[in-house]
Write a protein that binds this ligand. Sequence first.
Ligand code: SF4
Ligand code: SF4
Length: 99
Amino acid sequence: MIGSTPFSKTTIAHWLATGTNDSLFQPALNDRCTSCGACLEVCPKGLFERGPGKKIRLDLSRECCECLVCLRQCPHRAIDNVGVGFKDDIKALPDEFRP
Ligand code: SF4
Ligand code: SF4
């Protein structure tokens, strides 16, 4: 995995400031999404689901582990990151996978 482990998935600064280990990666679907379902099949935390009309939607009540597999799997670059404060390993993603 290119992202974080469950034990260090945020920056230390984020942890000290908030006292939480919440993900700094917050996925959002853009209009390039075709609802192909590739992200749904690979997300280990189940954030992607099919809603009405079989459209893919996000369940943000689930905890993202910042693995970034969804970014790599999406064939249409339809997943944006609306979070802030990415840790270094997210910044190290190749340009084509950067939010
Ligand atoms: S892999 Fe990309 S295009 Fe396919 S459903 Fe997920 S976000 Fe949409
Ligand atoms: S980064 Fe990983 S856990 Fe988070 S939404 Fe993408 S696939 Fe799921």
